[in-house]
Ligand binder design. Structure first.
Ligand SMILES: C[S@@+](CC[C@H](N)C(=O)[O-])C[C@H]1O[C@@H](n2cnc3c(N)ncnc32)[C@H](O)[C@@H]1O
Length: 284
């Protein structure tokens, strides 16, 4: 009996050890987020190029609202010694993670960035040439009054000739309850979970999960409680906030026409598709 119970204990121990060593338990949710959701090189290039196309000169000071791990800020200052940046986020956890993993590796260049643990509606230390809110983070602002106030503050805070760039997604698919799985080449699955949607306030409860080949999962690694803002209403609010001109940059399609190709160009009408991503570029 004694040896039997010992072997059971050992088995339990081994099981626990196996569980403790699951791929999910070893993974870092911020690293997975950056790998699945963000394309910093492309995003920073787009922001810098749009400014140059509009103003005919280089944008130097950048501001990343809702910056989280400040990945874009890090890529902006990597452009060269004349480039400076500020990031704004209310949560110390992603910001500290970003300092460790995105900023410190840049060495002395990191001194050209200031990360504020502050609400994204607060003013910059220095007026930015380019200010952005990426990955729909500003959708935490749920009513028109709040959004108008945020956009007004963003407009007032920009340098002369500065631009404010927000991304957005839309199309009928974004109102459907569904889980979309994407295999990420680093060996895990990114899951975008559109869990619940309410049509009257146009609000949704959304999650990101990460799944691994050993069957383990980081369930609800990130949760979002957003209003799903429409492109046209956002453009109207930007205009009401005082921006002189607001343009939409629409994503082109890949060869088979099935998905976006990551190339955004200025368009007037767009294309009627199930799901799209676009930028609104607002000029002061
Ligand atoms: C989806 S993450 C964005 C991460 C990253 N910027 C990106 O593009 O993927 C949203 C971030 O917004 C921050 N946040 C939420 N409300 C905020 C507010 N009022 N002011 C500043 N940051 C806020 C959260 O702490 C979180 O880090």
């Amino acid at each position: 009996m004694a040896s039997k119970s010992k072997s059971k204990k050992e088995k339990d121990k081994k099981r626990k050890k196996r569980k403790a060593k699951s791929m999910a338990s070893k993974a870092d949710k911020y690293e997975l987020y950056q790998l699945s959701v963000q394309s910093p090189e492309e995003d920073v290039e787009f922001l810098a190029d749009v400014y140059r196309d509009i103003r005919g000169k280089k944008a130097l000071h950048f501001r990343e609202d809702f910056c989280g791990t400040s990945l874009l800020t890090a890529h902006w200052i990597k452009r060269g010694p004349e480039y400076t940046a500020e990031g704004f986020d209310i949560d110390t956890e992603p910001v500290n993670w970003g300092i460790e993993h995105n900023m410190i590796p840049l060495g002395a260049a990191a001194d050209r960035a200031i990360l504020h643990i502050k609400d994204a509606r607060l003013p910059s230390d220095k007026a930015p040439d380019v200010r952005c809110a990426q990955n729909f983070s500003y959708w935490v602002l749920k009513n028109r009054t709040e959004m108008l106030d945020y956009f007004r503050r963003a407009c007032d805070d920009l340098n002369d000739g500065g631009i404010f760039v927000i991304d957005l997604h839309g199309g009928p698919e974004c109102f459907e309850a569904m889980e979309e799985e994407t295999e990420v080449e680093q060996g895990f699955t990114y899951v975008w979970d559109q869990d619940e949607y309410w049509p009257i306030p146009n609000e949704a409860k959304l999650y990101i999960h990460f799944r691994f080949p050993d069957g383990s999962e980081i369930h609800r690694a990130f949760s979002y409680d957003w209003r799903l803002w429409g492109l046209t209403e956002l453009r109207d609010i930007l205009e009401d906030a005082g921006f002189a001109c607001v343009d939409c940059y629409w994503e082109g399609s890949d060869e088979d026409g099935e998905s976006g190709n990551g190339i955004f160009t200025k368009e007037e009408k767009g294309e009627n598709c199930l799901s799209y991503i676009a930028y609104l570029v607002a000029q002061k």
